[in-house]
Ligand binder design. Sequence first.
Ligand code: ATP
Length: 238
Amino acid sequence: MTALLEVEDLRVAYGKIEAVKGISFSVEAGQVVTLIGTNGAGKTTTLRTLSGLLKPAGGRIVFDGKPLDGIPAHKIVALGLAHSPEGRHIFPRLSIAENLQLGAFLRSDKAGIAQDIERAYELFPILRERSKQAAGTLSGGEQQMLAMGRALMSRPKLLMLDEPSMGLSPIMMQKIMSTITELRSQGTTILLVEQNAQAALSLADRGHVMEVGKVVLSGSGEQLLHDESVRKAYLGED
Ligand code: ATP
């Protein structure tokens, strides 16, 4: 079986600075794959490139059998790749319901959209309770839920989540992580970027450790969780 996403020798530079230095990995349909690594390792740059927001300096990205070279970001969403960015980027003055609607901007099937809004409310009941309120009044964790719900509104084949646990309380983080597991069990394929290696590796099928623009170690979530170098560097063990 070919993978849903294949990344081969991807390179991305900001001017002369190469932030991603030739990385390769793939994501099979139905999997949760995580990229972990410290600040500045190139994880966000990788997701932004997959979304079409940055142009690669080299390498190949094949999504659902199609090379993504030169395809603009909105067309990449239409192909089924959705991105819930770091820092959330919700629209604070619009209501929660309006933010969810915006996630379906490429769709015109009203009944399907209504169904998916209902699904977002089932995943995150707080969004239903507050649906008419301005999204800016939500807490950080609730905004993260809204960002995930909005990304799901394009019915993506692949959902990319950039640091969904950032700045959240342990309870909120638990909620987000259990939602990722639930989405996976419903068949959603997920590429998860996380600084919280323990949480990400515990639920991922596969993981890749990035350091200064390179993938330095790959394995199943379980393998990496028990790998000594990962435990020392990312799980705070001596
Ligand atoms: P973080 O968890 O801190 O977001 P990251 O692994 O996602 O880290 P990136 O944000 O992808 O890392 O950054 C990779 C490298 O590229 C870093 O050295 C960073 O300083 C650099 N970089 C990121 N954005 C830009 C930019 N717009 N212009 C120049 N350099 C950048």
